[in-house]
Design a protein around this ligand. Sequence first.
Ligand code: GLN
Length: 483
Amino acid sequence: MHQLTLAEIARALADKSFSSEELTRTLLARIQQLDPQLNSFISITEEQALQQARAADQRRAQGETGALLGAPIAHKDLFCTQGVRTSCGSKMLDSFTAPYDATVVARLAQAGMVSLGKTNMDEFAMGSANESSHYGVVKNPWNLEHVPGGSSGGSAAAVAARLLPAATGTDTGGSIRQPAALTSLTGLKPTYGRVSRWGMIAYASSLDQGGPMARTAEDCALLLQAMAGFDPNDSTSVDEPVPDYSANLNAPLEGLRIGLPKEYFGAGLDPRIGELVHNSVKALEKLGAVVKEISLPNMQHAIPAYYVIAPAEASSNLSRFDGVRFGHRCENPKDLTDLYKRSRGEGFGPEVQRRIMVGTYALSAGYYDAYYVKAQQIRRLIKNDFMTAFEQVDVVLGPTTPNLAWKLGAKSSDPVAAYLEDVYTITANLAGLPGLSMPAGFVDGLPVGVQLLAPYFQEGRLLNVAHRYQQVTDWHTRAPNGF
Ligand code: GLN
């Protein structure tokens, strides 16, 4: 049962091969048995899951259909879940129980999905290795000595290890696509505004976007269908009709124009990854796509711009965690300043503190123009690069990451080395564009991902290209040893 994709589960539930309750029990047992090796869950909500499963079985018995009715999911632990701890991977929120469901959580529940629990993540979604969580590091099921990527590393490891078929993630600079690449999953970051951010604990509000992580594009289409759409509770949510993503999956790729940015294949890219990316291009050419070299000349400025804008927004968003309004409160404070200082000093880990300091500095009166304003200008240039590119091509293709999943601890003493891993993913966040990572092979037993980017609201095109690719390749069907 645990090897099935969401689409296969939907068929099995529809023809009554098993019930949602049976499936839920099987997966919960699997999580109990195998997750101690991975540490991919922060909370397992066994009782609630069984209740939801029985409710889904009842809805089905009453004649309700729906692809996701009774299918399992887990949520990254920054989506608020009513009555369940929502920790954001931080000591700061270790005892926080959300009083309401995030829109994404509510919509998937409405579609009948059964939530098995909350997945581990980098503290406040800051990281690329899932090593900054208060709840410990997550391990990559493809090699337990390596990181699974971050910040949605728990979601990635759990789905890759077949503990469940799908999970939610969020992507501020690559946190859906990069862990998907490093664990051989399909992960989609939607257009900014496509999926509601309401009830998602904010990291950098102008960059954050929630999305699906699963094994196939077909499954991501099912999930996005339920997640996407206007939400009056989120003022940046866009009131744009949601197309039928599944209906478009098989559209022919004849004449599809693929752009390969020359900046994505230069120094810094592991040549073994480059080779697999080129193999994926050849497979798409066989399906009728035509390839063209393009240029995104401002890409080299993306990391510095992102690491000003994201910390700046984070420093403001995280000010609410002060031991008074939200979060951990220190013991016996002397006065108010002592309360703030010690609550925040004890509640936040070192990476979060570093970013708050960088962000506060960049926003301070004397430096605002030199850093924050400059970074916003670069952001516009990067967006313009893509607008020019999309006049010539339909999708942009390149590697998702420059390197393979690294060894646990290898980059933890050098934050900048970890920041550089985001080089191919953060441009999509700065520009607000949709991006998808799909499995494209292995090097030394570690997965490699290919990234596809498309114009605003063209998630359907990304899913279509990835689905066609997955019909002629089998990378996405492989399971790690021991799982
Ligand atoms: N690695 C990036 C960071 O640390 C991106 C994280 C994310 O997308 N949430 O900020």
